[in-house]
Design a protein around this ligand. Structure first.
Ligand SMILES: *[C@@H]1O[C@H](CO)[C@@H](O)[C@H](O)[C@H]1NC(C)=O
Ligand SMILES: *[C@@H]1O[C@H](CO)[C@@H](O)[C@H](O)[C@H]1NC(C)=O
Ligand SMILES: *[C@@H]1O[C@H](CO)[C@@H](O)[C@H](O)[C@H]1NC(C)=O
Ligand SMILES: *[C@@H]1O[C@H](CO)[C@@H](O)[C@H](O)[C@H]1NC(C)=O
Ligand SMILES: *[C@@H]1O[C@H](CO)[C@@H](O)[C@H](O)[C@H]1NC(C)=O
Ligand SMILES: *[C@@H]1O[C@H](CO)[C@@H](O)[C@H](O)[C@H]1NC(C)=O
Length: 367
């Protein structure tokens, strides 16, 4: 997942007072207090009630509001016992400058007081070496201490690659980070590399990834598994032994091309619509347990799409459940169809149906 966020830094004054509660009753601004429950951790990017109101809110425990602060979402989520957390990041240079770290912590704390965030999800995806990783651990330790001191129920999480160590040169000290966070969110996608089209998130890799974190003694309760609700579209320059050979690759963080015409991300809603409008027959690759198909666009070029659907997602989430880890997640909850048509409702029922029902004991009632 690659998210560009503009942090609005309030550089002149640091707000010390809490904000004004926007909900119908002030209790709805109280933090969610359960710190041990299983997690369905939903990345929400749209900041739009046409989307988040139709999530399976009986299952969701945390909404990561990547679209920013939304008072309606806060009040609704708290009514349902759901945490609302903020997606945050910092530039890699912050790790070299203690002053910048203090400013970051102070600014983010002020935002939490102002907007009643229940937590932060740190989406730091820079390549760092083992030496810089020590600075990351030290910064995260400070973050953890400062936030937990002021907000005891605050949830602090960090996103990590599908396996450790050093994937995409992100040589974080994962075991140390697990001790200064509530849990790590395993971003189990963007795993494709090489010159032929292939799966975003092969099932076998997923198990290797979870095991790699357990092997360094990270407790099961500190791992949440995130699967992709999107696929990759590859432009085939030719076919070799039935494999779609993609054109020249531009390296992305030394690994995959990103946003190039050769290989691009495509949300599940667009893939499902394409399958219907073009009457496409979908194949299933039983090595990676991933659906894919080949088709032509109006430009007459041949494309192949590898993606995840209810069948492949169910296999992944069931695997995560079998490992007894803290919970599951998806990038993103908004990648499917939230229209009011029958087929959209059916799609949501199928895709949300792959998510386990852990239950929330503090759930009030559903609107
Ligand atoms: C999110 O949506 C709400 C409701 O439409 C709006 O009030 C708010 O300003 C939006 N927040 C951001 C960060 O765009
Ligand atoms: C750290 O950052 C601050 C503010 O961004 C800057 O004034 C200072 O010179 C930096 N310190 C070092 C050692 O780079
Ligand atoms: C951050 O806040 C702490 C505690 O309020 C304060 O002592 C410190 O000076 C602040 N640091 C910066 C760089 O704003
Ligand atoms: C995968 O599919 C091929 C072709 O249909 C079949 O020969 C093979 O036995 C299958 N492998 C598994 C593990 O199911
Ligand atoms: C695609 O192929 C069709 C049929 O051969 C042709 O009519 C059309 O002009 C081609 N389109 C492009 C963009 O080359
Ligand atoms: C409704 O469907 C259209 C067409 O597929 C899509 O662009 C739009 O994002 C959908 N809206 C929602 C709320 O999912």
């Amino acid at each position: 997942m690659i998210v560009k966020i503009v942090l609005v830094v309030c550089s002149l004054s640091v707000i010390v007072e809490g904000g004004k509660c926007p909900c119908s009753t002030p209790d709805l601004c109280n933090p969610i207090k359960d710190t041990t429950r299983k997690e369905v951790f939903a990345f929400s990017v749209k900041n739009d009630s046409n989307y988040y109101m139709k999530y399976d809110l009986t299952k969701v425990t945390t909404i990561v509001a990547c679209g920013g602060y939304n008072p309606q979402l806060l009040c609704l989520a708290h009514k349902l016992g759901i945490r609302v957390v903020r997606l945050v990041d910092f530039p890699v240079t912050t790790l070299m400058n203690k002053t910048d770290q203090q400013v970051w912590i102070n600014t983010t704390l002020a935002e939490v007081r102002e907007h009643f965030w229940d937590g932060i999800n740190i989406d730091f995806e820079s390549a760092i070496n083992v030496k810089t990783a020590k600075e990351l651990t030290s910064f995260m330790t400070n973050i953890y201490q400062r936030f937990k001191q002021e907000f005891p129920y605050f949830q602090i999480t960090i996103d990590v690659p599908y396996k450790q160590p050093c994937v995409y040169n992100r040589c974080f000290d994962y075991a140390a980070l697990s001790k200064v966070t509530d849990f790590l969110v395993i971003m189990a996608y963007d795993e494709h590399s090489g010159g032929t089209a292939g799966a975003n998130s092969p099932l076998g890799n997923e198990e290797i990834g979870i095991k790699s974190y357990l092997k360094i003694n990270i407790p099961k309760s500190k791992l949440v598994y995130a699967a992709p609700w999107y696929g990759y579209r590859f432009r085939c320059s030719k076919f070799l032994k039935n494999r779609c050979v993609i054109g020249e690759q531009k390296p992305f963080r030394g690994k995959r091309p990103f946003g190039s015409a050769v290989e691009s991300e495509i949300p599940y809603i667009d893939i499902a619509n394409l399958i219907i409008t073009k009457h496409i027959a979908v194949n299933f690759d039983n090595t990676t347990m991933t659906p894919f198909f080949t088709y032509q666009e109006a430009d007459n070029a041949t494309y192949q799409i590898w993606f995840d659907d209810a069948q492949s997602l169910k296999l992944k989430y069931d695997m995560a459940v079998q490992y007894g880890i803290r919970g599951v997640s998806m990038w993103t909850a908004d990648s499917i169809d939230y229209n009011n048509t029958i087929s959209a409702q059916e799609q949501r029922r199928e895709i949300w149906g792959t998510i386990p029902s852990y239950g929330k004991d503090n759930i009030v009632e559903l609107i």
